[in-house]
Design a protein around this ligand. Sequence first.
Ligand code: AGP
Length: 608
Amino acid sequence: MCGIAGYIGKKQAAPIILDGLAKLEYRGYDSAGIAVFDGEKIHMEKAVGRLRVLDELTRHGASMPGFCGIGHTRWATHGCPSDTNAHPHMNRENTIAVVHNGIIENYDVLKARLEKKGYQFVSETDTEVLAHMLTEYYRGNPAEAIEKVMHRVEGSYALGIMFLDHPHHIYAARKDSPLIVGVSDTGKFIASDVPAILQYTRTVYYMENEEIVCLSNEHTRFYNIDGEPIEKEPVTVDWDIHAAEKGGYEHFMLKEIHEQPKAIRDTISPRIKENDIDLGELNLTDEEIKRLRKISIVACGSAYHTGVTGKYVIEDLARIPVETDLASEYRYRNPIYAPDSLVIIVSQSGETADSLAALRDAKAHGSKVLSIVNVVGSSIARESDAVLYTWAGPEISVATTKAYSCQLAVFYMLAMKFARIRGSITAEHFQTLLEALRRLPDQVEGLLSQKEKIQYFANHYLATEHIFFMGRGIDYAISLEGSLKLKEISYIHSEAYAAGELKHGTISLMEKGTLVVALATQDALYPKTVSNIVEVKTRGAFVMALTTLRHKDMEKCADYVLYIPETESPFMGSLAIIPLQLFAYYVALGRGLDVDKPRNLAKSVTVE
Ligand code: AGP
C-alpha cells in the first residue's frame, strides 16, 4: 500500500520526508512525490519508479527548501504508475496539495459531479477528486473543508494536506488506512507507519477513524469529523526498526495474514453498488457473457489454486464449463481455442513467465483474455484485454496469503455476475450471496483470534515428515493451497488429495500417527468426507478436521476439530484457508525457518 510522510518544524522538510519515505519502501510502491512550501508557493516534484529517482531529481531535497511539506510513495490502484498519477495531487490553482493512502470507493460519482462544475482532471487517480473537493468546500478554514470532504467520501483514506494560505500548517485525516502523528522538539510528523519517523521520535499519536489533525510549530490540534476538538494521549513506541516495518508482527507473512480482512474489503466494497456487483472493468457485454461457452483459468501455484476454487464456484452458479490449467502445461498441450470462450489468467505479481506466456498464446489464437492481478501496470495486466485488480496492497512475503484471498473474492464476484446475467440464479439467491460476501471480511477477522489455538496444535507437528490434506469439492481446492503453504515455508513434505481419491492408491501411505488435515465445510459432501476420515483413521492416521459448528458430531471421528464460521458454501474456502495459513506459519516458525524468504523460492517467478 502507499506510504505517507510529512514534516513541519525547524529543519529543512524535504530531506526528512524523503528519508521517511525511504523507511516505508518495504510497503511496495511504483512512484513517489513531495510538496514543500518554499516561502512563496507549494513546490511539488513527482517521479515514477524508485524513490531514488525523486531523490536524485531533488538532490535529496536540496532543491526544495522549506520547513513544511508532505510526501508519498504510491502503490497504484486506480491509474497506472506515471509521473502524472503520482501523489501529491494539487488543484488547478496550486493552492491545495494532498497525498492519499487508500481507495475512494465513490470517486467516479464525485468526479462526475466535479466535472459538471467545471473542474478539470489531469490524472487517472481516485485521489485527485480530493484536491478538487477540498477546493470546492474551502472558504478559508481548512479543517471545515476537510470535514465536508470526509462526510461525502466513501472508502478508506489516510490524508496529508497543505493549504497555500496556511503555509505553516499540515493537516491530516484518517479512515481505515493507518496514519500516525509524531512529535519531537525539532518538529512534528505525519506518517503511514512508525518506521518513517522512528529516527526522529518515539512519541506518537495513533489517529483513529474520522479524526483530523492540524499541525503547526505552535500546536497539535485533533478534531473529530464534526469539527469538535478531541484530546488524544501520545504513545511511546518501543519497537526496533525491523519490527516496526512489520507493524509489530514478527514476519511479513503474519502481518499479511492479518491484513486479509481489509484486503478483501478493499477488493469487494468498491465493486458492490446498490445491491449489485459492478465489474465494469470486464469489458464484456451482457450478450457476450450470455454467449460464453467455455472459460479456461490458467495460473501457477497459489493463483492456480484459486482457479480451482473459481471453477467450482463459476460452474455451480453460472453453469459455464470451466477448465483449469497450470500455466507451465497449458500452451504445450495445444489447447483448443473456441469462439465465445474466455481465458482468465490469475497472477499476484503479474510477471510470472509461465502465466504471461500462456496469456500470449491465448491472444495469438484470438482468445479474449481477462486477468486477475494484484500489481497495477504489470506485464500480464498490460497485455490483457481486461483486468480485475485485487486491491490487497503490496505482498512482501513470498508465500501469498492476502492476494490469494482477494483472488478468491474476485472469482466469487465474477461467478455471481455471470450467473445473474445468464439467469442461472434468482435475484433472491444473488442477494443472499451478496450479503454473505459482505460478511466475509469480518468473519475472517474473527477467525484470526484462533491463532494461539492453531499455534499450540502446530507445535506438536514440527518434526513431522509427511502431512496430508484432503477434502471434497471446494474443500479439495483449499486443501491444495493449505498443502502448498505448509511445504513451501516449513519444508515438510505434504500432499493434497480429493478425499474420495485416497483409496485409489495413496491410502497405502497411511500409518500410525500420519497427520491428515481433513476439510469438511461443504454440507452436501459432509457425510462422504466423514467416511473418508474414518477410512484413514482405521489405518492409524491422526485427523485434524476443519468444519462448521453445525457438525459437532465431527468430534466423534476426528482427533482434533477446528470450527469455522458458516457462510454460503461457495465462499467457505475463504474461511477454511485462514487456519491453514496460520498452521503453515506456526510450523515454519517453530522449525526456526525464514518464513518470509523460504529457500529456493522467489516472490515472482519470471523465468520459465
Ligand atoms: C505462493 O505462495 C507461491 N509463492 C507461488 O506458488 C505463487 O503463487 C506462484 O509463483 C504464482 O505467482 P503469481 O501469482 O505472482 O503469478
